[in-house]
Design a protein around this ligand. Sequence first.
Ligand SMILES: *Cc1c(COP(=O)(O)O)cnc(C)c1O
Ligand code: SF4
Length: 356
Amino acid sequence: MKADWNNWIWQQQKRVKSFEQLEKVLNVTPDEREAYAKSNEMFNMGITPYYASLMDPNDPNCPIRLQSVPTMGELTVREMDLEDPLGEEKDMPVPGITHRYPDRVLFYTTHNCPVFCRHCTRKRKVSDPSSAAANKQLEDGLTYISEHKEIRDVVISGGDPLSNSDDRLEYILSRLRAMEHIEIFRLGTRNLVTLPQRITDSFAEMLTKYHPVFVHTHFNHPKECTQEAFDAVARLVNRGCVVNNQMVLLKGVNDDPKIVKELNHKLLMMRVRPYYIFQCDMAQGISHFRTPVEKGLEIIEALRGWTSGMAVPHYVIDGPGGGGKIPLIPNYVVKREGKKWTLRNYKNDQFVYEEP
Ligand SMILES: *Cc1c(COP(=O)(O)O)cnc(C)c1O
Ligand code: SF4
């Protein structure tokens, strides 16, 4: 029924979680069957009917499917893999807060997500109900932020913060807004991609009380840019939210300049600004998604100059163990001789700039 389909609670309740349900929505391969049996203990499967409807039931290499259905690649743990790849626990002054940069923090408010992405960097926590942020932890986090006047930007994260109820989110936002040193906050959410129905009019309306509100989302493939996603973004943007995209570079999903260009063009049409491309990090069980670093540089090089500057995000590697985001840029400096810089442009033509 259409009313059910558009209801996010229905979407949440009808998530594809069991193997039997999975078999109803696609032709499962032997690899997927084995991977489900061996991985579900560790990292649950969960796929909203909406996101499942974007899958090609007959193509095991479908980019939507690769992001949400387990494959045997996940069972491989490599020697270099890290349990806490971004060193988030190390920079935790109180549970639920990562304070790494001088003026901003990551704030975890839940460990649940509508779809459990197979490439998730927080696999060790996400989908594990025993690690859900309790109210006490939430209060301790808010107290920490209120006592640290150097913080001006709060990244509300998870899991997916939109797995909280509207009331709980409004409570968090109102507490943060009441702190004079907090200038902006961001909601880091993949709901625009995996459960756009979650962005109800009343939710979007609630946000307008707490502006400026930034929403950082996670589209990885042009197939995810549907009419539903477009409408959900519009509900936010029409009410003054600024929406940015953080893509993760994933082998077999989007490791192709043509795909990234198409994605970024579609995002701009939705009024979503491509912000980051992340090199796939060193979390356990996602090495099958990792591309060479050159691939990311190749993608940036294929965008810069060839399309709108707004369609060119920053390509970054999150420094393993807690280094923060480190930008990588193709080298456009051919040589420097004193005050003379020889540069190349996107077409490889050379130009000399001379300082006075
Ligand atoms: C990504 C991140 C931020 C935000 O970084 P920006 O570059 O400002 O988007 C803040 N804190 C932590 C720990 C992060 O990983
Ligand atoms: S939405 Fe984000 S936190 Fe949740 S599973 Fe996907 S990548 Fe992980």
